[in-house]
Design a protein around this ligand. Sequence first.
Ligand code: HMH
Length: 221
Amino acid sequence: IERTAMTDTWLKKHRQIYLGATRHPFILGIRDGSVDLSSFKRWLGQDYLFVRAFVPFVASVLLKASKESDENADIDVLLGGLAALNDEIAWFKNEASKLGVALASVVPHPINLNYCRFLESLMSPDVDYTQAITAFWAIETVYQQSFAHCLEEGSKTPDDLKQTCRRWGNDDFGQYCRALRSIADRQLAKASDDVVAKAEVNLLNILEHEVQFWNMSHGKI
Ligand code: HMH
């Protein structure tokens, strides 16, 4: 089987579920300005908790890279990712205080806890670097693609939501996601069939978790 760009194959094969995650009604509501503030605040509080849980996951990917990768450059990309998370956490705190969201008293929603449990399962030493980096790429890319859509020509994103969209929708973040993707494709190209199959299942699980996460934020569940 040709595996020069496994992620490409998968995004074509799973196009509908991918669009479900990246063109969700919550995102379309930001893009057309119809999203309500209570939904946005719910997303903000829950995503802050998610990002806190995401930090140890990214650290676990970094650890696996340091043990299993032949490319020093992978560490640089991942370290950049951790630095971005540091900025993100500061941004969440600032945004929450502007909107009057008390982060310390946000109760994690069961959907959020479920996604965090899935992240934890990916931190296991039984999950190899190929699976971990592929999952990391997928998680970051859903946000990048979703928020970039809100900044495209023709979008009517309200000005006060634009800076949120730029966090994940900006070109640097897009470049970073492409770097993660090329590492994932490089690893997948030399992985066993078993690992490739597991990475695909993880991708589908991630897309489903992302749809659920938007559903929760939207309050339409
Ligand atoms: C739910 N998925 C979710 N939150 C995020 N912040 C990202 C992905 C990207 O960092």
